[in-house]
Write a protein that binds this ligand. Structure first.
Ligand code: NAP
Length: 249
């Protein structure tokens, strides 16, 4: 891709999305940023300069505000070539096991609010007949683990939803990307012990943009997670349960 693309990023101030926005700005894209925190949004806007056509504060848990935010992004950019959903909430797994209201909050941030954004975005791309629609999911969604299965289930639901949208829009020429992220040091993973499998936010951001440019549908970032999760996915339950680092807390 060489032409300047009109790109909208939802959850734009997430550590990873901000890096994606920087990669897009460097390649000459025109950006529309939507995020919950006005101060972080102002700082990101300043960092990216003229590449940012517009920005808007929005809490995606307020579901009724999602479609208008999408419509303003499309109008502000004068159309849309690609959209990325990047917000998410890991939450406290133990609390989500004891409090259904809290479990619902985790699910709503990761899944319901994403659906509220995907409805108008998919409708737009369907009429337009081209474009790229991407969302960041997680390797946690591939197999449920005690450490984070409420979050993992909500990301898994999002992956399945994206799969459906992809098949719906496939013949229209619209590309739908499921970006399955492995762990990366960001505010979300703060305090978690790191190992050699962890990614770096700049590298992951470049991988996300590349995935859209190469038209890859389901992408693991960093790429080594494709192999790890291929093994984890097919591991029989009796074997899975023997590995404490996978099946334990
Ligand atoms: N870091 C990892 O290890 C990892 C691994 C797998 C997948 N992911 C996924 O990667 C994506 C980016 O996360 P990150 O690592 O960059 O973490 P991050 O910096 O903590 O970003 C999470 C973002 O989600 C936003 N958000 C949460 N609830 C929201 C709501 N109701 N409305 C609007 N925005 C909301 C947060 O906004 P505020 O700034 O206002 O809090 C924050 O900007 C997420 O989808 C996450 O699930 C991350």
């Amino acid at each position: 891709m060489s032409a300047a693309l009109r790109t909208a990023i939802f959850g734009a101030t997430s550590a990873i999305a901000a890096e994606v926005a920087a990669v897009c700005a460097a390649r000459g894209d025109r950006l529309w940023l939507v995020a919950r925190d006005s101060q972080k949004l102002a700082a990101l806007r300043e960092r990216l300069g003229d590449a940012v056509v517009g920005a808007e504060v929005c809490d995606f848990e307020q579901l009724e505000t999602c479609a208008p935010a999408v419509q303003r992004a499309i109008a502000g950019l004068g159309g849309l070539d690609r959209a990325l959903l990047a917000h998410g909430y890991l939450g406290d797994q133990l609390r989500s096991e004891a409090d259904v209201g809290y479990a619902r909050h985790v699910i709503d941030v990761n899944f319901t609010s994403a659906v509220a954004l995907l409805l108008p975005l998919a409708a737009h791309f369907e009429v337009q007949g081209r474009g790229h629609l991407a969302a960041i999911t997680s390797v946690a969604g591939v197999r449920g683990r005690p450490r984070n299965y409420t979050y993992g289930a909500s990301k898994s639901a999002l992956s399945t939803y994206l799969q459906g949208v992809r098949s719906r829009l496939y013949r229209r020429g619209v590309k739908v990307h499921d970006i399955r992220l492995g762990p990366v040091p960001t505010p979300m993973s703060e305090g978690h012990p790191q190992n050699f499998l962890w990614g770096e936010k700049g590298q992951v951001a470049r991988g996300i943009v590349k995935a859209m440019e190469r038209r890859w549908h389901v992408v693991y970032q960093p790429g080594r997670w494709a192999l790890v999760m291929a093994i984890v996915r097919v591991m029989p339950e009796w074997l899975f349960q023997r590995f404490g680092f996978l099946a334990g807390r």
